[in-house]
Design a protein around this ligand. Sequence first.
Ligand SMILES: [Mn+2]
Length: 380
Amino acid sequence: MGFSRKEEHQAFLDWLLQTIEKEKIELLIVAGDIFDTTTPPNYALELYFNFLTNVAQTSCKKVVIVAGNHDSVAVLQSSKELLKQLNIEVIVTGDETEEEIVPLYDANQELEAIVCGVPFLRDYVVRKSQSAQSLSQKEQTLTLGIQQHYKELYAKALQLKKEKSIPIIATGHLTTLGAKTSDSERDIYIGGTLNLNSNFLAQMFDYTALGHLHINQQVGAVNVYYSGSPIPLSFGESLNKKVNIVTFMQRECEVQKVEIPLYRELVVLKGSKEQILEKLETIKGNKTWIEVRLRDDNIFEANRIIRQRVEELKLTLLALKIETQNAHLEKDDFNVVSLDELTPLEVFYKRLEKENLEDEALKEDLVKSFREILDEVQNR
Ligand SMILES: [Mn+2]
């Protein structure tokens, strides 16, 4: 929406670096979606490299970074070898050319932990394309393929570990069943309904650090955790962002959730013109970003007056959306006015809506086909 989030990222990375030093962290895992786009801007690359250079000079002797579904393989691959020199392992595709097992050694060169660094597994890595398969068959093949991938790595880690009582840690970038999602994550695989239960991870690994979902959470009553995103990525997403600090006593672990200081508040104001004007007066600090969801009979007049007041108060309004009375539109959350907030899939839904198709199966097929194309384009 034309606003940079550089300051927020910088503030987070500064805080993370301090925390690593203060807590004497020895291993840092970043579980994917380093960038939010396949073509990160130069400032984002600069933040990434500066942060890693600084981490390499702390107590943290190993960094494991795995690619997420938003990351470009080419972008992360380009500095992989260079970063290796700083003890930073970047694992990008998980295909047969890449080593995903990262052993950690103590000061006496004794093996003290093993990390299985699994990035977002792209289709071609887990299965050969079988175009004759139906979508549900494809999903099943994919699910089994992903599980198989983890099982093989675990077997390798066991071989390496021998008789030692040391933890085997996994990372991953995926959605598990029953996890809490926010409105700003993209469905990760075509169809988005992979039947991945976190139990298969819990059965093998002493701790699993997952990426993709924005909400910090534990999955099931087991040692499978999402750290969540370091900053809120949409209005309405929880502002309580955390990192997980994990302490191991041999294979037993203790997880401590540490809150990340909030640099900028994202506020949603809902209601009529009068209600919104009233709420605007209570907002303090010009760092706050505001989204207005307006419900008013005279939206043009209301829009003008609200924007004028925002300017007088020197506040920052990022978007003013019109809440429509149309129940159907509301149901699909299409009550938006600005195109830069719509995802490609939402645009497709809107276009589909215009066709007035009655055949639900056909609609579903069209959406699935669109997702397939979208997935291909976005992962290229
Ligand atoms: Mn992701």
